[in-house]
Design a protein around this ligand. Structure first.
Ligand code: IPD
Length: 256
C-alpha cells in the first residue's frame, strides 16, 4: 500500500499541475466522445515507472498503454491514470487516479486519489477502507425512496443508449435522487464513503472499477454485475450499495 499511495500521489500531483493549465494541453480523440490528453499519458508513465521500480516483474493493465505481461504471473497492476477525463478537460474538478493490485485474479489492494479535493481512498483486502485515514462505511439507508443513486450516462459512440434510458426511467421513479459525476472510480469511492447510497453503470472498463470494487466491499458494501453475478470485468456492468440497496437497485434495473 505504501508503494501504491506514493505512486498515486505523484501521478495525482502531476494531474493537478496540468489541471491548472488545462487549456494548453494537447488532446487527442481515441474514439467518438472519448479523449486522451498529455496529462493522462504523463500520469500513466509516472505510475508505471514508480511501480516497476518498486515491484519489478508485475504485469500491467493500463487504460492508455493496455496489457503488458510481467515475469511474475501472479501479480498485475490495474491502472486508470485519469478517471474523469472529460471532466478534467472541461475544468470540472471531479477526476482522479485509480490503481488496483490483483493477485491471482483477486483484487487485494486499491487506491483512488482526487488531487483537487485532496481525498485519498485506500483499501486492502480484509483491512477495511479509509479516506485520509478515516474508516469508511457504506450508508445505512435502506429504502430506495431515501437513496441518492449515481450512474454513468452513455455518450456519443457508446452502445446501449435505449437500454440505459429504460433503466434510468425505472430508477428515477423509485429514488430520492440520481447523480452523474463523470468519474466511475470516484462514484465507487463515494459509495464506500456513504455519500451515494448506490451506483450502477454499464459498459465501463476494469481500470474504472477495480480499486473502487474493493473500496466498496471493504466499507461493508455489496457489488455485482447487472445480472447479480460477479462478472463485472467481463460484462462491464456494475451495481453497488449496502446489502439492501444493492439488491433493490438490481431488481429495479431489471424491472422487477
Ligand atoms: C470514464 C468515467 C465516466 C464513465 C465512463 C468512463 P475515463 O472513464 O469513469 O464516469 O461514465 O464510462 O469511461 O475515460 O474518464 O477514464
Amino acid at each position: 500500500l505504501n508503494v501504491m499511495v506514493a505512486a498515486v500521489m505523484k501521478a495525482g500531483r502531476s494531474l493537478s499541475r496540468d489541471f491548472g493549465e488545462v487549456e494548453n494541453l494537447q488532446v487527442s480523440i481515441k474514439g467518438p466522445g472519448d479523449f486522451v490528453s498529455a496529462a493522462d499519458k504523463k500520469a500513466e508513465k509516472i505510475l508505471i515507472e514508480e511501480l516497476s521500480k518498486a515491484r519489478p516483474g508485475y504485469g500491467f493493465l493500463a487504460e492508455e498503454s493496455g496489457i503488458s505481461e510481467g515475469t511474475d504471473a501472479t501479480h498485475r497492476w490495474i491502472i486508470d491514470p485519469l478517471d474523469g477525463t472529460t471532466n478534467f478537460l472541461h475544468g470540472i474538478p471531479i477526476f482522479g487516479v485509480s490503481l488496483a493490485l490483483e493477485r491471482e485474479g483477486q483484487i487485494v489492494a486499491g487506491v483512488i486519489f482526487n488531487p483537487v479535493m485532496n481525498e485519498l481512498y485506500v483499501a486492502e483486502r480484509g483491512g477495511g477502507a479509509f479516506m485520509n485515514d478515516r474508516r469508511l462505511r457504506v450508508a445505512a439507508r435502506n429504502t430506495l425512496a431515501d437513496a441518492v443513486i449515481a450512474t454513468g450516462i452513455p455518450h456519443l459512440g457508446r452502445p446501449r443508449h435505449d437500454d440505459f434510458t429504460r433503466k434510468l426511467n425505472r430508477v428515477m421513479l423509485e429514488v430520492a435522487g440520481v447523480r452523474r459525476n463523470g468519474a466511475a472510480a470516484l462514484d465507487l469511492a463515494w459509495v464506500a464513503a456513504g455519500r451515494f447510497d448506490g451506483y450502477w453503470e454499464d459498459a465501463i472498463h476494469p481500470w474504472d472499477m477495480a480499486a473502487g470494487i474493493l473500496l466498496v466491499r471493504e466499507a461493508g458494501g455489496f457489488v455485482s454485475d447487472l445480472s447479480g453475478g460477479d462478472k463485472m470485468f467481463e460484462t462491464g456492468g456494475i451495481c453497488v450499495g449496502n446489502e439492501i440497496i444493492q439488491r433493490r437497485l438490481l431488481a429495479t434495473l431489471a424491472g422487477r
